[in-house]
Design a protein around this ligand. Structure first.
Ligand SMILES: C[S@@+](CC[C@H](N)C(=O)[O-])C[C@H]1O[C@@H](n2cnc3c(N)ncnc32)[C@H](O)[C@@H]1O
Length: 354
């Protein structure tokens, strides 16, 4: 669909901003169908590739394909970060949430310049760049953070090519970033996560940044909820399905501002693995012989903008059967690793994280 060596002549800043705005309006509209969302993120991708030269699928240069290990988890490669744009439902629901968050902040802080920190922006700053042409009347100051300096330079190049001022750029681990003293932090945006919070740095980053956020400021995503259900499997043709094939379990973990603020600040700053107990999953008496334990990841970006099962890779449901466990009791203790190798640990699981 696109090529790295696009032969298209560069657009003027005004034309580029308008071309981006056309796509953003489509992405923000809840009536836009999946097919149109898909086409729209690909058109944005073509525009961004023409400026940055980084193609989310075809990029082969090693420097853009390597991830970085941080004390709080994995920062994925620039190529993979670019690819997030193409997860059309993810991109749309985040943009809708952020757009509404900014409108809300405008009402909460009338006349103030809104200070936005976008942690883990990747090479396109996908969760802010498309909104800029629609936010011309909103006074805002944008700080982009990414551990990969080339990603920051590329994200800034797209924004300046549209005629917007260069954002502030910080090539640091976002879990150590300090917002300048005396400046109110109104909005924190980050999507540095995988399903079941495995591997990446989301919890450590948000736990650190939320402490610097104004009490009336907004964190996007507002909440990430891990939930579980018990799912029956048919093994033979003769098996008769139970009335309820999927039974929701009581265990759940809500990672929101309240949860993040309660984490131990000192432990967050310490490079050693930091894990917090998150309760016990009680399995129904039949255990996992004919069932699996499913772990869901539901995301509320802001207000009622939500991503549910299967809507993007972040919502992939993880299914665990007896073969995934050394031993399965009916009460499975859980631990959420916030730093080190992040993710959810369930007692008895063969692999270290869900
Ligand atoms: C999943 S990608 C998301 C890219 C883009 N924000 C989006 O939503 O499309 C995460 C990005 O955050 C960066 N990153 C992850 N953890 C980080 C950290 N602790 N500090 C700085 N950058 C980080 C990665 O390098 C990568 O560019």
């Amino acid at each position: 669909m696109e090529s790295v060596t696009s032969a298209t002549a560069p657009l003027s800043p005004a034309a580029l901003a308008e071309a981006v705005a056309v796509e953003t309006r489509l992405l923000l509209d809840p009536a836009t169908g999946f097919g149109e969302l898909f086409q729209s993120v690909h058109r944005l991708h073509t525009l961004f590739v023409a400026i940055t030269g980084l193609h989310a699928r075809d990029e082969m240069r090693a420097v853009f394909r390597s991830e970085t290990r941080l004390p709080c988890g994995r920062a994925i490669s620039m190529k993979h970060a670019a690819h997030c744009l193409l997860e059309f439902q993810r991109t749309a629901v985040f943009l809708r949430g952020i757009y509404q968050a900014l409108t809300t902040l405008q009402q909460r802080f009338p006349g103030q310049t809104l200070d936005i920190v976008y942690a883990g922006c990747g090479p396109y700053a996908t969760l802010m760049t498309p909104l800029l042409p629609l936010l011309r009347d909103l006074p805002l100051r944008l700080t982009l953070i990414d551990i990969h300096p080339q990603a920051l330079a590329m994200a800034a190049s797209i924004q300046t090519a549209m005629g917007f001022p260069a954002p502030e750029l910080c090539a640091v681990d976002a879990a150590t970033y300090r917002h300048p003293a005396g400046r109110t932090l109104h909005l924190v945006i980050t999507e540095t996560m995988r399903r079941a919070l495995e591997g990446e740095t989301q919890v450590a980053v948000t736990a650190h940044l939320v402490r610097q956020l104004h009490p009336d400021g907004i964190l996007v995503p507002e909440a990430i909820e891990l939930k579980t259900f018990h799912k029956w499997h048919r093994y033979t043709e003769e098996d008769v399905a139970p009335a309820q094939m999927q039974v929701p379990l009581a265990w759940r973990l809500r990672v929101d501002r309240t949860f993040l603020t309660a984490l131990d600040d000192e432990a967050l700053q310490n490079d050693a693995d930091y894990a917090v107990p998150c309760g016990v999953i009680h399995l129904p008496a039949v255990g996992l012989q004919r069932h699996s334990l499913a772990v869901q990841t539901h995301i509320t970006t802001f207000a009622d903008h939500q991503l549910r099962d299967g809507e993007c890779s972040l919502n992939e449901v993880v299914k665990l059967g007896a073969r995934h466990f050394e031993e399965v009791g009916n009460d499975l203790a859980t631990l959420l690793y916030v730093t080190g190798r992040p993710g959810l640990h369930i007692a008895g699981l063969k692999r270290p994280r869900v």
